[in-house]
Design a binder for this molecule. Structure first.
Ligand SMILES: [Zn+2]
Length: 156
């Protein structure tokens, strides 16, 4: 028997003129995942078409119904999804913001020298981004381990 599939909803908070090709669309268009039975939200992702890692099934914390949560394990997702997983819109946005700030400081801080600028960039962008990649890396490692364990007992 197939389990019911989770509901995926795309919220659009961005004005329509922003939707096309904008880096910030991701921040303004969160994706909401709901339990197919009681419609309670179990996952909230910033950005359209995001992927997340998991065994593919989940038991709702509210109604105790089991359902397919649209998650996949790292070894079975496509390379496009892998790129999206590592560089979702939020991360693209912050990299873009870092570049803008960098350019601004380049003009404003002409006489200040590069050291304070680099320190500021490190504090506001490099550290959160590093933390992000460490966090994602550990999620991938866990997913791969889970996949190897499960792969032996159930058919993919
Ligand atoms: Zn539920």
């Amino acid at each position: 028997m197939d389990l019911p599939l989770a509901i995926k909803e795309q919220e659009t908070l961005a004005p329509s003129f922003l939707v096309e090709g904008s880096f910030f669309t991701g921040i303004l268009c969160p994706t909401v995942y709901r339990c197919p039975n009681c419609r309670s939200v179990y996952k909230f992702i910033l950005g359209p078409g995001d992927v997340f890692l998991g065994e593919g099934r989940r038991t709702c914390s509210k109604c105790r119904q089991e359902f397919r949560d649209r998650s996949k394990e790292w070894p079975v997702i496509s390379s496009m999804d892998r790129i999206l997983f590592l560089f979702p819109m939020v991360v693209d946005g912050s990299i873009l913001l870092a570049l803008i700030v960098c350019t601004l400081f380049f003009y404003i801080g002409w006489n200040v020298g590069p050291t304070p600028v680099l320190m500021l960039l490190a504090i506001f962008f490099a550290i959160p981004l590093m933390a992000w990649f460490i966090f994602r890396g550990s999620q991938i490692a866990r997913s791969v381990r889970r996949f190897r364990l499960c792969g032996k007992t159930k058919a993919a």
